[in-house]
Structure formats: structure tokens, C-alpha cells
Design a binder for this molecule. Structure first.
Ligand SMILES: Nc1ncnc2c1ncn2[C@@H]1O[C@H](COP(=O)(O)OP(=O)(O)OP(=O)(O)O)[C@@H](O)[C@H]1O
Ligand SMILES: [Mg+2]
Length: 337
């Protein structure tokens, strides 16, 4: 499998009147063709800012990509560093929607209320593919079929408010895949939907991803969603990647105390284990944290954790790394590979 996206030590900060928010402060990710990466972490840990950095959809300023690389392989084989592109420049506009597409948590907010579904998909196809109006409409109907919308010939002329939340999310997926992107980023794609619809939409995303061989980044705070969709997992905490590895490894053998805490906060159907919420809360984003950001909530802290040193990503298995001094068997820093 060829690598499609590699994010290296990304740092995206917000420069506000009240201070600097280090929303993303050391995130490393990799996605290959046809692979699904699940990005998981509590609210406010920088998942959406990471995704919006890849899409260059942040308002810059106050946001600024301070350092790091976002290497993306385009359909023509060229590798570009997205951090070097202008957010509104022609290169980024040709990439966004066409090479990398994104779907958001709130389908109703992402679709225009004053245009039909067909007009919105058609606009994308005309912009990136130069299709004529009638061709674009035909293609829009085909896409609505792909996302298993019943009566696509009628839905194409519907407005978002005429559709249910689940149907809107399907229409949004149709819009996202209209230009055959190599990478799809889905930011909490099912959070706003009810549970049965969530399962259908996740299955749809997984099927489309497999059929088209797309790379998929699925962002969630729900380990259940990760279990159903992901090949690899990236756990983020307070803007930092704290653990990454193959999904089976992370579920069987989580190595970072934060990942373990995420698992023990999930209800289990069987067994009598008590649910243990993660104690404490994420540090205030304006607060300057020195040393390990999970230290104050960590049940496994020891002397080295009291220092101002930030743990590196230490290798803990095959393709599995954890940012925790428990795994610092030597002073050789990992190369994050
Ligand atoms: N425009 C902004 N100005 C200042 N801080 C911001 C801005 N947008 C986001 N942040 C901060 O960046 C941090 C990361 O936010 P982000 O939206 O990426 O979190 P998240 O992991 O997606 O959370 P959630 O699960 O709630 O969606 C948060 O502390 C947030 O308050
Ligand atoms: Mg978010």
C-alpha cells in the first residue's frame, strides 16, 4: 500500500487576545491508499483542528500552522506539502474537494439550505470537472444511488430541509465523493444521527471506501466507531498524538494510560466491571503545560513524570508507539516511524 498522507509533528496554534492556544501541538499521522485511520480523543483535544489543517479550512489568522509537514500524494503522483500552500490559492482550491474531501458532524449545517441537493453536487462537478448542467445532474443522480438514497431521481431536486438527518448525511457523502477524492476526512460523521442510522452510515462509508480504495480519516470520540471502521488508530490528547498502532493491537494491548482510561470509560454489555470515568479534566487550553500533559490525571505516574520533559513517542510493538515514560527503556528517542 502506498502512503497517501503523512503528517509530521504538526503544530497549529490560535493567536487570540487572551493568549496562545496550542490546539495541535505535535501530531504525527500516516494514511495509505485504501486504509482507514481512526483519530480518537476527548472533546477539545485537537481532532477537528488537525483535520481542518489538512484541508486548510481554518481561519488564518487567528490560526497559524507553526511547524511540521502535511505531505499529500496527489492523483498525478506529485507529493505536496500542504503547510506550504496558500489556504485560498489555486493549488489548495484544486486540492480541496477534488483530491481531499471532508464531511462534517452536522449535515444540515454543511449543506446550503437554498440550493437543491442536485445543484450542490452539480456545482462541485462543474467546478472541478467542467461538466455541463445536464451531465452534472445525471452524475448527481448516480452518486445518490451510490450512497443508497431511495428515489434518487426525486431527491436530486429536494432541498436539505425536506430530507431526514440520515439522508442529508448520505447526500453529503455523495457530494464528498463526487470528484473521486483519494482521501476522505469524516469528522464525527455520525454523532448527530440516531443510533440505528449511525450504523448504516458507518457501513456505507466503509463500503464506499473499500470499493473506491480511498484513504479515510475518521474522527470520533467513540471507540465503538473505531472498532467498526479503522485499520489504524491515532489517540490524541491535549493536541498531541499519545498512541498509535494497528486497531487490533490498540484494543488488545493499549499502552498509554490515557488510551487505557478511554477504554475503561466505555460501558460493557457483559461483565460486572464498574464504569470508571477518567478522573480530572483536560488542562485549560490557555494554560502553559510543561512536561507530560496527562500527568495530573495519570494513575501510573512516577518520578520521571514530574519533570518538565515531554515524553517522546516510544516504540512498544510492531508499528505501535506510545508517548509515555513507562516505555522509555532507553534514552534513544523514537523517530516516530
Ligand atoms: N477559533 C479558535 N480560537 C481559539 N481556540 C480555538 C479555536 N478553534 C478551536 N480552538 C481550540 O482548539 C482546541 C482544539 O479544538 P478542536 O475543535 O480541534 O477539538 P476536537 O478534538 O475536535 O473536540 P470535539 O470532540 O469537541 O469536536 C480546543 O481547545 C479549542 O477550544
Ligand atoms: Mg471536533
Amino acid at each position: 500500500m502506498k502512503e497517501l498522507l503523512r503528517v509530521r509533528d504538526l503544530r497549529t496554534y490560535f493567536h487570540t487576545d487572551d493568549g496562545v492556544v496550542k490546539a495541535v501541538d505535535g501530531v504525527d499521522l500516516s494514511i495509505s491508499d485504501g486504509e482507514t485511520l481512526g483519530v480518537v480523543g476527548e472533546s477539545g483535544c485537537g481532532k477537528s483542528v488537525t483535520a481542518r489543517s489538512v484541508m486548510r479550512l481554518l481561519q488564518e489568522p487567528p490560526a497559524r500552522i507553526e511547524s511540521g509537514e502535511i505531505l499529500f500524494r496527489k492523483k498525478n503522483g506529485e507529493v505536496v506539502d500542504i503547510t506550504k500552500l496558500k489556504p485560498h490559492g489555486s493549488a489548495m482550491r484544486a486540492t480541496r474537494g477534488n483530491e481531499i474531501a471532508m464531511i462534517f458532524q452536522e449535515p444540515m449545517m454543511s449543506l446550503s439550505p437554498i440550493h437543491t441537493i442536485g445543484q450542490q453536487i452539480g456545482e462541485m462537478l462543474r467546478h472541478h470537472r467542467g461538466l455541463e448542467k445536464s451531465e452534472a445532474r445525471e452524475k448527481a443522480i448516480e452518486l445518490l444511488e451510490v450512497v443508497r438514497i431511495p428515489r434518487p431521481g426525486a431527491v436530486v431536486d429536494s432541498y436539505p430541509h425536506q430530507l431526514s438527518g440520515g439522508m442529508c448525511q448520505r447526500a453529503l457523502i455523495a457530494l464528498a465523493i463526487s470528484c473521486d477524492p483519494a482521501l476522505l476526512i469524516a469528522d464525527e460523521p455520525t454523532t448527530a444521527l440516531d443510533v440505528t442510522v449511525q450504523a448504516q452510515v458507518l457501513r456505507l462509508l466503509r463500503d464506499i471506501q473499500r470499493e473506491r480504495g480511498m484513504g479515510l480519516m475518521i474522527i470520533t470520540h467513540d471507540m465503538g466507531v473505531i472498532a467498526q471502521t479503522a485499520d489504524h488508530v491515532a489517540v490524541v490528547y491535549f493536541g498531541k498524538l499519545v498512541e498509535t498502532g494497528p486497531v487490533a493491537e490498540i484494543f488488545r494491548n493499549p499502552q498509554h494510560p490515557y488510551t487505557r482510561a478511554l477504554f475503561s470509560s466505555i460501558p460493557k454489555i457483559t461483565g460486572s466491571d464498574r464504569l470508571s470515568p477518567i478522573t480530572g479534566s483536560v488542562p485549560d487550553p490557555y494554560h502553559v503545560v510543561r512536561g507530560c500533559p496527562f500527568r495530573d490525571r495519570c494513575p501510573s505516574r512516577f518520578s520521571r513524570c514530574e519533570s518538565e520533559e515531554i515524553p517522546a513517542l516510544y516504540p512498544v510493538g510492531n508499528g505501535h508507539t506510545a508517548r509515555c515514560f513507562l516505555h522509555a527503556t532507553s534514552d534513544v528517542r523514537s523517530t516516530d516511524e
